[in-house]
Design a protein around this ligand. Structure first.
Ligand SMILES: [Fe+2]
Ligand SMILES: [Fe+2]
Length: 484
């Protein structure tokens, strides 16, 4: 019963994530309601295993009658492979093991390629046409390079079995698939996927020629015919990857490195607006980006996501840039406002940011970072001012709505944001003073409970602090006074 409930809730969450009206309403829910209904329950991993096993067996048996021996054979092979993958993920890549999205992507691409292999085999098409390289490329870009290598090898074995233990096919696909993985790992823009496809074509052609002509003395026309299929395969892998990638990114709210690099381009409309309309915030965001990227790299978070998330974290300030200190000139607009009105304007930049990000179709990872970059922190300055003016001001009125950071990247940006803002007030930015400031800010955020919903360990938090000091000391190091 609990399993079904978990599964139902996870499906509901995926569906609701895409609904913009729901996204608007979600912000008005209380923290308790959010915790009850919106925290995804982990779907039991054995459900993934059963579903994949069932889907692959149905696929394999739908084209031909299989006797008990064949069914048992496939069952053992597929189950064995899944146990291997499960063991690897549990032991060495726990974040993927616990991510429903990553497992669903793994399932989808595996089932797709096995279905194609079976169909091609049934209608008599060459096995060299099966786009296994597409799986290698997509898994590398969307999930993880090590898992991409493992799944390339295991799927390849299954394809060779479907094609009656064809060793040539196995060797050529292994070569093409690994070339796909390695070429996709350094991709920086979408058009590079075509280059990956061409590398796969080349690897396929060389593999087919060497295995068939040189090792088995096959007739030249048969070798040329198969090599042609291998070349077409590479081309298809590139094109299919370009076609599928945006759908996967959108469906699962994943920011692949390609997408993140596109977003980090300073010609992006939102970053351009930030540069022109809120130059102070723009500069602050770049510094937060440097801090967050360095810290993320040191604690096994995604440095690129941290940097790009930092670039966009304060875009909500575009609605009223002149009310934020970094964009103000001599006149402080808050001097004319009551503390409660000032805090309303300051607090609203989170909601404005989320709205703007949805409007400009930023990915869900970035929207989450914008929404969580202050957690439920207190706007201390206006709260203090309010206490001086009216005794009945409550802390709750002056707190950001949250939620608290849910990911390592969002937590790092929350800390980097606070540290960067405070470092500007230092008169004497010596290393000892920077260290003292960073420690004080991180401790305050920790005591305030802002880090309790992300999975940073105390050791990670300590490392993040060290990295901040290192970057800040580099930033302040060059500021020497010129002789007058
Ligand atoms: Fe902010
Ligand atoms: Fe900020």
């Amino acid at each position: 019963m609990r399993t079904l409930h978990g599964l139902f809730r996870s499906i509901l969450l995926v569906l609701l994530k895409k609904n913009r009206r729901w996204q608007q309403r979600k912000k008005h829910l209380s923290t308790e309601t959010r915790n009850i209904f919106l925290t995804p329950l982990a779907v039991p991993r054995w459900l993934f295993v059963c579903f994949t096993l069932l889907a692959i067996l149905v696929l394999l048996s739908s084209f031909q009658e299989m006797d008990f021996q064949q069914i048992a054979g496939y069952l053992v092979i597929i189950l064995g492979f899944m146990i291997l993958i499960g063991f690897y993920l549990y032991r060495y890549a726990r974040h993927i093991f616990e991510s429903n999205n990553d497992l669903i992507i793994l399932q989808l691409v595996s089932i797709l390629v096995i279905a194609l292999a079976k169909i091609f085999n049934e209608i008599g098409l060459s096995g060299y046409l099966i786009p296994l390289g597409m799986v290698s490329i997509l898994m590398t870009i969307l999930v993880d390079i090590d898992l991409a290598i493992l799944i390339t090898v295991l799927l390849n074995i299954l394809i060779a079995v479907i094609y009656h233990n064809d060793m040539n096919l196995f060797a050529v696909h292994l070569l093409g698939g690994l070339v796909g993985v390695f070429s996709a790992s350094s991709i920086r823009q979408r058009s590079d996927l075509i280059r990956s496809g061409l590398f796969i074509s080349l690897a396929n052609a060389l593999g087919i020629i060497s295995f068939m002509a040189l090792l088995q003395h096959t007739r030249a026309d048969i070798v040329a015919y198969n090599a042609l299929w291998g070349i077409i395969n590479g081309f298809f892998c590139g094109v299919l990857s370009i076609g599928f990638l945006p759908y996967f990114e959108h469906m699962f709210g994943i920011s692949s490195n390609i997408k993140l690099l596109e977003l980090s381009d300073f010609n992006q409309p939102l970053l351009k607006r930030l540069m022109l309309e809120a130059p102070g915030t723009y500069h602050h965001s770049l510094l937060v980006g440097n801090l967050a990227q360095t810290a993320a790299g040191a604690v096994n978070a995604n440095p690129l996501l941290a940097r790009v998330g930092a670039y966009y974290h304060d875009i909500g300030k575009l609605a009223k840039p002149e009310y934020f200190i970094e964009n103000q000139d001599d006149h402080n607009r808050h001097d004319d406002l009551s503390p409660s009105m000032s805090s309303l304007i300051v607090l609203s930049h989170v909601k404005e940011g989320v709205d703007l990000a949805s409007q400009y179709k930023l990915s869900q990872d970035i929207i989450d970072i914008i929404e969580q970059h202050h957690g439920t922190s207190l706007v201390y300055f206006f709260y203090q001012k309010a206490l001086e003016e009216e005794a009945e001001a409550t802390k709750e009125q002056y707190r950001y709505p949250g939620p608290k950071p849910q990911s390592r990247e969002a937590a790092i940006i929350l800390l980097a944001d606070a540290v960067e803002a405070a470092s500007r007030t230092l008169d004497d930015p010596s290393y000892a003073h920077l260290q003292e400031l960073v420690t004080r800010i991180i401790n305050n955020k920790f005591i305030d409970g802002q880090l309790e919903e992300c999975d940073l360990s105390l050791k990670d938090i300590h490392t993040i602090g060290e990295q901040f000091c290192h970057v800040l000391s580099g930033m302040f190091h060059n500021r020497v006074d010129y002789p007058k």
